[in-house]
Write a protein of this length. Structure first.
Length: 249
């Protein structure tokens, strides 16, 4: 507050200059990434997260899209990720990138009917945008740090967002954690989607993660390039693997 004498003070009489926010730190031991590392994740906690996500998505604005528009949107974004990964300075193996892109394209095409149905029925919503284990608290069950800088990047099929969480759990050797959250979400929301769709979306998110990891190569403060390039290739290979699974009937 700016008081009558022109002095700033917290509280009291005067003109509000700035609002203060009293934040409460979430318990570190209950963050999902920490709980996975410590081996303390319980099935009940994961059910709670699945239910929390189901309630969150139910409240979010829906987007009804023509099937062709949604498919074109997915393909365009895939092309953009591919163009980024082919940038010479990132030093990616173009043959591995191209193999992943071809597999994802085939998977997306093979799932055209299911993807189109979800788009037309309003499944696509304004989601979290960055659903990783480090953004999930098990107790109290909540999700933090949504992607705020781009609403367009948050407009997703919840299944794609859950596939991202499943991918990140898989990377740290805890795929069953992601699977349990997905199952709990489906049970509480009634949203039914195929395992093939989940693999297709997981492939797409792996490609995005590969790009973000590879971008570290452009950072002049990065001491060595090899670890980032290796990690980016690991994501590219995961993208191809899951896309191949999605293509299976």
């Amino acid at each position: 507050m700016l008081g009558p004498q022109g002095k700033l003070a917290v509280g009291g009489e005067g003109t509000v200059v700035e609002w203060l926010i009293w934040m409460r730190r979430l318990p570190a031991q209950f963050m999902l990434d920490r709980a996975i590392a410590d081996g303390t994740v319980t099935a009940a906690a994961l059910v709670g997260i699945g239910a929390t996500l189901a309630n969150f998505y139910e409240r979010q604005p829906r987007f009804f899209m023509p099937a062709d528009h949604y498919l074109d949107r997915l393909m365009q974004r895939m092309d953009e990720e591919g163009a980024e990964l082919r940038a010479p300075e990132l030093q990616m193996d173009e043959s591995r990138v191209n193999a992943a892109l071809a597999a994802i394209s085939s998977a997306t095409t093979s799932l055209r009917a299911e993807l189109g149905h979800r788009a037309m029925s309003g499944i696509v919503r304004d989601c979290h945008g960055d659903l990783r284990p480090e953004h999930i608290c098990l107790q109290p069950p909540c999700v933090i740090d949504s992607l705020e800088f781009s609403r367009d990047l948050r407009i997703l099929d919840p299944a794609e967002e859950l596939a991202f969480l499943r991918l990140e759990c898989q990377i740290v050797g805890a795929r069953e954690v992601g699977d349990k959250v997905v199952s709990a979400y489906q049970e509480h929301s009634g949203d039914s989607f195929s395992g093939r769709l989940l693999d297709c979306y997981q492939a797409r998110r792996a490609l995005i993660r590969a790009k973000i990891v590879a971008w570290h190569v452009r950072d002049p403060e990065v001491a060595t390039l090899a670890p980032w390039i290796e990690k980016a290739h690991a994501y590219v290979d995961l993208a191809e693997r899951h896309a191949s699974l999605a293509c299976r009937s």
